[in-house]
Design a protein. Structure first.
Length: 214
């Protein structure tokens, strides 16, 4: 089975850091503040798509400025990576030990994901990954299709685990099973309409999923 995990808000408890860095970046450009909830709503999207959702009328030069400042603020703040949610590493290790493939599909940039994996000494743990800046931002399912192709799987041989509507929507678009976590950026009530096969309040509960054929 191919397990595909979102990163921010699913594995990594990074919402507060993302909110703080986005506020700092937009203030550098002189844009009006957005609320914490508005910023949490865009977690999971690629950075350009996230900024445009927050500021639909933003000019290109300001968007480029926010991207630049956000990357700088986040790199400084991420010298110490955000902690994982309780049980995340142990759960993923148990899945890997059982012979499953463990991968990541994230709105982070490739540079950002590689940086945090290196800091955490996890650069050889995951079997594969896709980032928004090398494919298409969620909820476009392109990153999932590319992972399926890489591991020669069909959608029913994989599962997407995420905390946002964007995760659920991209998996639903290709009829891939999906597990919703309640401890991330979007309230679980926003995820239920996407008919996840399981909703979990704690990371280790992912192990309760009965895979097809079990």
């Amino acid at each position: 089975m191919l397990y595909i995990f979102d990163w921010d808000g699913t594995i990594s408890n990074s919402a507060a850091k993302i909110v703080a860095c986005m506020l700092s970046a937009t203030r550098e450009v002189g844009l009006p503040d957005r609320s914490d909830d508005e910023i949490k709503n865009i977690i999971g999207l690629g950075l350009p798509e996230a900024i445009r959702m927050l500021y639909p009328q933003i000019e290109d030069k300001d968007l480029d400025g926010v991207r630049h400042h956000y990357s700088g603020y986040f790199m400084d703040a991420d010298v110490k990576p955000s902690p994982f949610f309780t049980g995340a590493m142990e759960t993923m290790q148990a899945l890997a030990d059982a012979g499953h493939k463990i991968t990541v599909a994230t709105g982070k940039s490739r540079r950002g994901l590689d940086r945090v994996l290196a800091k955490l000494e996890l650069d050889t743990f995951f079997h594969g990954s896709r980032c928004a800046d090398e494919t298409a931002s969620k909820p476009n399912p392109k990153m999932l299709l590319e992972l399926l192709d890489e591991f020669s799987c069909d959608p029913q041989q994989a599962v997407m685990i995420g905390d946002t509507e964007y995760d659920m929507a991209m998996a639903q678009a290709i009829d891939m099973p999906r597990i919703a976590v309640s401890f991330g950026a979007h309230h679980i009530d926003r995820l239920r309409p996407y008919k996840p096969v399981l909703c979990v309040d704690e990371f280790p509960n992912i192990l309760n999923w009965q895979q097809p054929g079990d």
